[in-house]
Design a protein around this ligand. Sequence first.
Ligand SMILES: C[S@@+](CC[C@H](N)C(=O)[O-])C[C@H]1O[C@@H](n2cnc3c(N)ncnc32)[C@H](O)[C@@H]1O
Length: 301
Amino acid sequence: MSELIEVLTKDGTYSLRSVFFKENFHSLLGALEETKIKFTAPSDLQRFKDKSLNVLDICFGLGYNSASLLNELIKQKSYLNLYALEIDKKPLEYSLRNKYFLKLWSPKIKRIFESLYLNDYFEDQFFNCRILWGDARKKINIIPSANKFDLIYLDGFSPQKCPQLWTIEFLSKVTEKLNPKGYLITYSSSAAVRKTLRNLGLEIFSIKPSFNDRTFWSQGTVAIAKLDKNKLKPNFNFENLSVMEEEHLLTKASIPYRDQDLNSSKDDIIKKRLNEQLFSNLLSTNKWRKKWGMTKSALRS
Ligand SMILES: C[S@@+](CC[C@H](N)C(=O)[O-])C[C@H]1O[C@@H](n2cnc3c(N)ncnc32)[C@H](O)[C@@H]1O
């Protein structure tokens, strides 16, 4: 499963490409930049200055999302309880060998990552981190049910390449782990994922694009069970869905991925969804694209 090719992205940081999934781990625009814009900034970490938080990082990969989180939390002296899920040890092995990756962060990150690699665990006065190796669909069950997360990062390969991690059944397990005021954050702006999260009872928001371009209409999705609107700050990194994004959820693209027993193959999940789309009366996604003058986005979605 794990033939990986090194990729240098445009912000000068390194990432990988999976031959098996036929997809890059990060946008070619920049691995570090993507982490910061799509995961770290929407996390609103200042909320946890001198406090403790629980985070679940689904699809740890090279560890950019966790490293960026830990790096910020070191600066602001927060206490962290982190769970990470990942099927493949090779990306972390790669990170630990890549001096440019390690140089991006405080030296403590290297110690934490080495310990996660060797012992699946790291603990000190501030941080308690564990990584559970294996299929996230199974390993998520090991996390004690009393553990609710303030932040959940969902960074699987795109729904078309790895639908297993975007199904109603898996997302339902993930949302059960979310604190009522917690944020579930993903780079995906897929209509199927957004509609599923909304149907699971969450309020969904769009991560603001950093520049104005029809092909980059969103940087991802933040889903929250109970949003305290009074506490929203002006520097808010996400906003309500635009009319265009709402209409996206009325198209066939919003038909969900399903995996009843959480053990279906990629091909079965895709086939089932295509069949459902074929018989659906929802609007055509192509018409929606034409209406809003869009070409298919070249980014991960
Ligand atoms: C887009 S990459 C994640 C990038 C990562 N967050 C980072 O910062 O480097 C997707 C990751 O999902 C992992 N993966 C794929 N299928 C999985 C599964 N069923 N369970 C857990 N991890 C999975 C892959 O091994 C890969 O590391």
